[in-house]
Write a protein that binds this ligand. Sequence first.
Ligand code: HEM
Length: 381
Amino acid sequence: MQSSPLEQALNPFPFYRRMRESRPLFYRPEDETWQVFRYAEAEQVLNNSALFSSVRNRERGQERPLQNSILNMDPPQHRQFRSLVTQAFTPRAVAQLANRITSIVTHLLDEVTGSGTMDIIDHLAYPLPVIVIAELLGIPREDRALFKTWSDAVVNGVDGRGQNRPQPAMSDYFLQVIEERHKEPQDDLMSALLNAQVDGHHLSRQELLGFCILLLVAGNETTTNLIGNALLCLDEQPDSMEQLYAAPDLIPGAVEEVLRYRSPVQLTGRIALADTVLGNQHIQAGQRVVANIGSANRDEAQFPDPDRFDIRRSPNHHLAFGHGIHFCLGAPLARLETKIALTLLLERFQDIRRVPQVPLEPGESILMHGVKHLPVTFRQR
Ligand code: HEM
């Protein structure tokens, strides 16, 4: 039976299953693109950067500001750039943010606590990552509102028709912060990025600016969706919610299962650099290959009983943060923010229930899986 585009966006999983069973590698001549639905081939595509390139948009003639970002680089350029930014973006640096994230979440929950109702997206999942990135970059508190408007504009524009030119005002602002940190380094990511060097190479001002914009695009809506999807999964599986109340140390495993079960990023693309064979199909150089992460993460060949949401699932080698050299740089941060958000929600509120009268609406982007709003009711503990 055909489902509407809305239903399909909210629940693409039956479609993925049919494709894994009937056409696990599916070619569309209109856009010269292979759609890959199984885990094994998706993993191969992501793992082989020599054969499947991330330099994706160039031959399409699209001028996108993120075209030159680390996400769209191949080795050896990718290695050099990535080592530069990882010097500043280490798991240790991220772990040091735990206290700040806790106080941001506490503040966000304080705002709604008396009302017995909140929108998980508007009041928590959406503001949290924006505030965290702003703090990481060292954006002064008084400029936070301005920063949020810009980051919204960048994120909303990114799936439009290539019109996501960073607003000149934002670029000027960032360049100004960069200059200030250059003159007077502080204890923030921007200063660390300015300081980082590999093979005697520092990031140029333009590269640094591009990276700041990438952080906004790559880190915000994704994390918003992860937190929203977590609440959605727990609302659908009240048993799991109860287990987390009883044993909060299960929360990190539950976050991994949300990443697998409702992957915030559903797909990512590559371009074949040479003729090759993938899963019995002949791929030609120049053809596009899309790894459907959301489908791979429900593949029965990799995950027993894949449509079961199981917060104790182990092993759980999902592809939600990608795989190989482009593995998500922000994974430790996204995990930490989501863990703290869930921990405090469950610590402070009980009987958290979605308001069923408000129909779920999928987000705009076809790359992502998440909802626009998630109103819930709760009682204070
Ligand atoms: C790369 C997912 C949060 C920064 C990626 C990739 C995926 C992904 C799938 C690989 C794309 C590819 O191979 O084509 C996610 C998800 C997130 C999340 C599901 C949240 C739940 C974040 C955050 C940040 C971030 C919070 C930073 C603040 C990046 C960067 C890359 C990346 C810089 C590029 C790495 C490279 O090309 O080497 N992410 N991401 N992400 N992510 Fe994330």
